[in-house]
Design a protein around this ligand. Structure first.
Ligand code: CA
Length: 225
């Protein structure tokens, strides 16, 4: 399913949108300030962003301007308030893909988001299908992995690590980041444990000729696709 980021400072609006999009099957991430949204957009991969215009610290327009200036082309739907007619035009000029005026109907917003995802080439029918990583064909939704027609057993943690590395493909992922995103706070494995997980994943992913999970000494790992 598509992964979306919602940047909105009104708590009720933010949680309402997040709940509804999650209910519709989207993977949702949130930010309540412009600078946090900007940071997430620069470091993570999303299929679409719902971006409120009036935000604390950095406005939605500035977030939009900055990410487009960095050539990040994630589709953006601006959430504007009534009476901000001029802002819509400005937003579209700055590179937003669409806008919706508050108060809006949720059904309309969902329809627009779907339309944009279709237009930008996101296909919900293929996205839940398999991804090729090295010799492994992986489906992160059904937790299945196949190598030349044979099922490969990956533990839940191995899937999660691989999924996280995949989401950040071709970028360095630090050990701390993996600890935080995959293990959370309840249990802190030693860096040796992580190394062992990576080792096992490599055996399942890498082919004799290509290494896909690289160790970046002193930093962490990088999945190269
Ligand atoms: Ca606002």
């Amino acid at each position: 399913m598509a992964r979306i980021l919602i940047v909105e400072d009104e708590p009720a609006m933010l949680s309402g949108l997040a709940d509804n999009f999650e209910f519709e099957g989207y993977e949702v991430d949130t930010a309540s300030k412009g600078d946090d949204g900007l940071k997430k957009l620069k470091t993570e991969q999303y299929d679409l962003v719902l971006l409120d215009v009036m935000l604390p610290v950095i406005s939605g327009f500035d977030v939009l301007k900055q990410i487009r200036a960095q050539n990040i082309q994630t589709p953006i739907v601006l959430l504007t308030a009534k009476g901000e007619e001029l802002d819509k035009v400005r937003g579209l000029e700055l590179g937003a893909d669409d806008y919706i005026t508050k108060p809006f109907s949720l059904r309309e917003l969902l329809a627009r988001v779907k339309a944009i995802l279709r237009r930008t080439g996101f296909d919900p029918n293929t996205s839940s299908q398999s991804i090729q990583i090295g010799k492994l064909t992986v489906n992160f939704e059904s937790y299945e992995a196949v190598d030349e027609g044979e099922q490969v057993k990956l533990s839940h943690k191995e899937f999660e690590i691989l999924h996280y590395l995949y989401k950040r493909a071709n970028q360095i992922v630090t050990r701390d980041e993996l600890l935080d995103k995959v293990w959370g706070l309840d249990y802190q494995p030693t860096s040796r444990t992580i190394d062992n997980f990576i080792l096992r994943l490599r055996q399942k992913v890498d082919t004799p000729k290509t290494n896909h999970i690289l160790t970046v000494h002193g930093f962490g790992y990088k999945l190269v696709l």
